[in-house]
Design a protein around this ligand. Structure first.
Ligand SMILES: [Zn+2]
Length: 270
């Protein structure tokens, strides 16, 4: 799958877009993992067929596409793709995004829940590793998959919170908790990255004996519910908690195909 460029005098690895996409689809089980309709997992935009450099980003935002073009990437891998809002006219910002992609010959590959739940490259597993937590089971059931992870511990929740805060700060995020951590002890934790706090995940956490739930964000009512149940939810930022999966994928593509990759750090403040 790894070929050398010919005819341009450069000794730069070149991969076929088709090979990269097939490898990603297989590794991520792109078409077996259930997801929300707007996710449109897999190759969302093609290019002329070759990849010399990969850019990875959390969001397929206009800024990410512009930065990908500046970086010289031919493939942009994202967690939140171009079609979250469903079908829409190619006008305004939407048009500008596609114009930039076509002009710079950049393909877009999007992977939402397939990346969240991947056992080695996934956002949830990688966040647990970054926080020094060892998963022992899945968490946050969605149809046939567990999106998140959970495990056991025995340490002051303040220590867990300090590590979450240090992690979030590295990615420009801030952290809040549903209740003051005080002298609590974390005996069983769970992680669901991104918009991981919901009535369903809070209920599952309580039913499974979780005392510390780490998420990206969640609606206001989840804080109210957590307060009512004296339950600790750590909101670590949607963006920050979903930065690790795409970076793991960038490294995975380079290891397999030899093409370099770059992470486009574009924090949203959420
Ligand atoms: Zn997300």
């Amino acid at each position: 799958m790894l070929a050398q460029a010919t005819g341009n005098g450069l000794d730069t690895p070149v991969a076929s877009l088709r090979d990269v996409v097939q490898a990603l689809d297989t590794e991520l089980r792109t078409f077996d993992i259930p997801d929300y309709g707007g996710a449109v997992n897999g190759l969302q935009v093609a290019n002329r067929g070759t990849v010399r450099k990969v850019a990875v980003a959390v969001d397929a935002s206009r800024a990410a596409i512009t930065e990908a073009a500046i970086s010289g990437a031919n493939l942009l891998v994202v967690h939140h793709g171009l079609f979250w809002g469903g079908a829409q006219p190619l006008t305004g910002v939407h048009y500008e995004k596609f114009r930039t992609l076509f002009g710079a010959d950049i393909a877009v590959y999007s992977t939402h829940l397939p990346l969240d739940c991947h056992p080695e490259l996934g956002n949830n597993v990688r966040l647990a590793q970054a926080l020094g937590l060892v998963p022992s089971a899945g968490f946050a059931r969605y149809k046939s998959i567990d999106v998140g992870v959970m495990g056991d511990a025995n340490e002051p929740t303040a220590n867990v919170l300090a590590r979450v805060e240090a992690f979030a700060a590295r990615y420009g995020g801030s952290v809040r908790t549903s209740i003051p951590v005080g002298s609590r002890t974390t005996k069983r934790w769970a992680i669901c990255t991104g918009g991981g706090a919901s009535t369903e995940t809070l209920r599952e956490a309580r039913e499974r004996g979780v005392d510390t739930l780490i998420v990206g964000e969640g609606p206001h009512h989840t804080t109210v519910e957590a307060l009512e149940h004296d339950f600790c939810v750590i909101y670590a930022g949607h963006y920050a908690t979903e930065t690790l999966g795409v970076q793991a994928l960038g490294a995975w593509i380079e290891a397999r195909f030899g093409v370099p990759w770059t992470f486009l750090h574009l924090p949203t403040g959420s």
